[in-house]
Design a protein around this ligand. Structure first.
Ligand SMILES: [Mn+2]
Length: 254
């Protein structure tokens, strides 16, 4: 039987962690991934913002705009931490971040799939697996930001919360919400995380095979923390706990 299945990687929230990104890219190559969609938050928090941005520009087929990418545009910010990251990234890369699209739509084995950073309402509007069913259904609606003309999606994938899941709805049927987790700052378990979609690209035929898979990869966390300290990354202690224990800095004991 002839099989024309392609694998598409959905990665997100690298947050300046080059070691985790390289581990994911190595895994993509080993599994024969043919396209990579990156859902934003390339820099900030971790030590390798410029390196991550340069590599994503090179290897990702699509890079989408996230809330930390939005922070990087804020020249007037009072946050010393944001200023530190802005300074390292530099004006050329910041202009590239400004140019990134809000969302991307793809068609795979008859499923319309929409990808964005946080929600259809904007990069600062946060949706959790525990959010109401109504809030989750709103992820599938067209908005001014996603564009109003195209058909609404069957599957929505996002990042932002650093917490991976794949959630097919019972009602309505044939809708699935998923979160790609975080490559470089996961807050659900301390492994570089991403999702692979597999199916026939640009096919309207829902009878074609389709799959979604969550990937977890161990990587050299101590190396990233050592580099963060050596480079003087702001809040390196909080970053270390996030990377080692997956405890968000806002939830850590002071
Ligand atoms: Mn993020």
């Amino acid at each position: 039987m002839a099989y024309d299945i392609q694998k598409i990687a959905v990665i997100s929230d690298i947050h300046g962690n080059l070691t985790a990104l390289e581990r994911v890219l190595e895994d993509c190559r080993a599994r024969g991934v043919s396209a990579i969609y990156n859902l934003g938050d390339l820099a900030g928090k971790g030590p390798d913002g410029p390196e991550v941005i340069d590599l994503c520009r090179q290897v990702c087929d699509v890079n989408i705009f996230g809330n930390w990418d939005d922070l990087m545009l804020r020249e007037e910010t009072q946050s010393q931490s944001v200023q530190w990251h802005r300074q390292r990234i530099g004006p050329g890369r910041i202009e590239w971040l400004r140019s990134l699209p809000f969302s991307a739509d793809i068609l795979l084995s008859g499923r319309r799939i929409r990808l964005f950073h946080a929600s259809a309402q904007g990069v600062w509007h946060r949706v959790y697996p525990e959010s109401s069913h109504e809030t989750k259904l709103a992820m599938f609606q067209n908005t001014a930001l996603t564009g109003l003309e195209q058909p609404e999606p069957d599957i929505v994938g996002y990042g932002d919360i650093h917490h991976a899941f794949i959630m097919p709805f019972f009602i309505p049927k044939n809708k699935t919400l998923f979160n790609a987790g975080s490559v470089g700052n996961p807050l659900d378990e301390p492994r570089a995380t991403y999702v692979i979609l597999s199916g026939v690209c640009n096919s309207e035929d829902r009878e074609q095979p389709f799959g979604m898979e969550l990937i977890r990869l161990p990587y050299d966390i101590d190396g990233v923390i050592a580099r963060a300290r050596a480079r003087g990354v702001p809040h390196a202690d909080e970053l270390a706990i996030e990377l080692r224990e997956s405890i968000y800095r806002g939830m850590q004991k002071k």
